[in-house]
Design a binder for this molecule. Structure first.
Ligand code: AP5
Length: 215
């Protein structure tokens, strides 16, 4: 199965993708994670992307679509893909069609996480992850069970993203409204979109997504 999780920054795409990976053994293809890895490794892509990401703007379509193609090629053909943060523009949506069909895959579902933008700044600025395994947490909504110790791997170091400050989040939200929300009608016209209330409790959001996948 191949699915897209769509929603503005902080909608819960990464949180829900991790849960699908854990439960179904699918693979999360997060262009944000791929770009952050490239920035950390100081690859040519990373050097080009760093300043763009810090401003909260979008990295070029060609770069992210190439990253997605490479990741899919590295996966087994039977492993399901969760596209998290991709596609984000009409050009990326078109590229994804070609990427999937060229690999004998097709798109099963687009799940749009509907959220109240006012809540997103708090969600994003309060977020942190385990530096070892990447499990996500939140200052208010999801603290580790034992203070300072990762529930998943026992790690004790945590990190925050440099673009998770209020000014950059607002630019990212504006980019979503201007460039990403307009691609939804493309998928609506194919009848593959389901809208899920992303403001519900995390477990309820997960249950709603599971109902979509069971159809
Ligand atoms: P990316 O890493 O994709 O960031 P984003 O889309 O802004 O999304 P986030 O990761 O911020 O949010 P999320 O929806 O995953 O929320 P999360 O689950 O963590 O992209 C970063 C940058 O890379 C972009 O700005 C751009 O520069 C570049 N880029 C990436 N892809 C690109 C592309 N395709 N094209 C061009 N450029 C690209 O949840 C947030 C917090 O809320 C967490 O702490 C979580 O615990 C909490 N939370 C989640 N769900 C709930 C809930 N139901 N209730 C309460 N709290 C919740």
């Amino acid at each position: 199965m191949n699915i897209i999780l769509l929603g503005p920054p902080g909608a819960g795409k990464g949180t829900q993708a991790q849960r699908l990976v854990d439960k179904h053994g699918m693979r999360q293809l997060s262009t944000g994670d791929m770009l952050r890895a490239a920035v950390k490794a100081e690859t040519p892509v990373g050097l080009e992307a760093k300043a763009v990401m810090e401003r909260g703007e979008l990295v070029s379509d060609a770069i992210v679509s190439a990253l997605i193609g490479e990741e899919l090629d590295a996966m087994g053909p039977d492993v399901g893909a969760i596209f998290d943060g991709y596609p984000r523009t009409a050009a990326q949506a078109e590229a994804l069609d070609a990427i999937l069909s060229g690999r004998g895959r097709h798109l099963d579902h687009v799940i749009e996480l509907e959220v109240d933008e006012d809540a997103l700044v708090e969600r994003v600025t309060g977020r942190f992850t385990c530096a070892n395994c990447g499990k996500g947490y939140h200052d208010t909504f999801e603290q580790p069970k034992a203070l300072g110790v990762c529930d998943k791997c026992g790690g004790t170091e945590f990190k925050r993203r440099p673009d998770d400050n209020e000014a950059t989040v607002r630019t990212r939200m504006a980019e979503y409204r201007a460039k990403t929300a307009p691609i939804l009608p493309i998928y609506d016209s194919r009848g593959v979109v389901t809208r899920v209330n992303g403001m519900a409790e995390m477990d309820h959001v997960t249950a709603a997504i599971e109902r979509v996948l069971a159809v």
